[in-house]
Write a protein that binds this ligand. Structure first.
Ligand SMILES: *Cc1c(COP(=O)(O)O)cnc(C)c1O
Length: 234
């Protein structure tokens, strides 16, 4: 199913880029304002190499051990790695050392550890706060009501750079319904900007709802399946 020989990753990548351009045009976004993050979790280094040949430099991973092996196995200059998975406190040291971005922060304790453990030789770690936009009990993310306080606290941390917000809204079938969840995240970032936070990133949209996310202002879409094909079962 995920045979890299039969999977045309460079071709899929250019199809996704084309869809992003079309959506930018359709929804009045500036061309190039939506960055494509290729989510390579569950896929081998050979697939990442194919994407690099296709011009992709930013990759998202969700599991630390898997990511560490890939990052260390790929000695290509100019790659940027985004950690998009759940963050356990005992994993922050390696995340702070290996990654350029972290998308899923929803607790001050984790942010403090990431800041303290960020190596001095590296620039500040880019951070998005994850928001539980639909108030789903089973989902990670901070409640929208608690966001302002967490954002203020995180901005005090010296080795982090708060860039914006991330969410994984409930799955919905229709574009108009998908847009509602993303619109809620957009309103949340607009609220923080009114309070003086300089934030430039809305990390939202996956393979099945990318267009809706772009319509509502996504600046990073996190796309796995549409580029790499289905993830092999572990
Ligand atoms: C796996 C994952 C994605 C990619 O999902 P696809 O449906 O394969 O595009 C995006 N964001 C997060 C947080 C993920 O865990």
């Amino acid at each position: 199913m995920d045979d890299p020989d039969t999977n045309d990753i460079a071709g899929q990548l250019s199809r996704v880029r084309q869809e992003i351009l079309l959506a930018e045009r359709q929804y009045g976004r500036l061309p190039g304002s939506v960055n494509l993050l290729a989510v390579s979790k569950g896929h081998p280094v050979t697939s990442i190499r194919e994407a690099i040949v296709g011009g992709q430099l930013q990759f998202g991973e969700s599991y630390l051990q898997e990511a560490r092996d890939k990052i260390q196995g790929l000695e290509v200059n100019g790659l940027l790695w985004h950690f998009i998975g759940p963050i356990q406190s005992n994993k922050t040291r390696d995340i702070a050392r290996l990654f350029d971005w972290v998308h899923g922060v929803d607790r001050l304790k984790v942010a403090i550890r990431l800041s303290e453990q960020r190596p001095e030789r590296l620039p500040p770690l880019n951070l998005c706060l994850q928001v539980n936009i639909d108030h789903e009990p089973s989902k990670r993310g901070i409640a929208p009501e608690e966001l302002t306080e967490l954002a203020c606290e995180v901005e005090q941390l010296p080795c982090l750079r708060l860039r914006g917000l991330m969410a994984i809204p409930r799955q919905r079938a229709r574009l108009e319904e998908q847009r509602e969840g993303f619109a809620a995240l957009r309103k949340a970032i607009e609220g923080l900007r009114l309070l003086g936070h300089e934030l430039d990133t809305l990390s939202m949209g996956m393979s099945d709802d990318m267009r809706a996310a772009i319509a509502e202002g996504a600046t990073i879409v996190r796309i796995g399946t549409a580029i790499f094909g289905p993830r092999p079962r572990k």
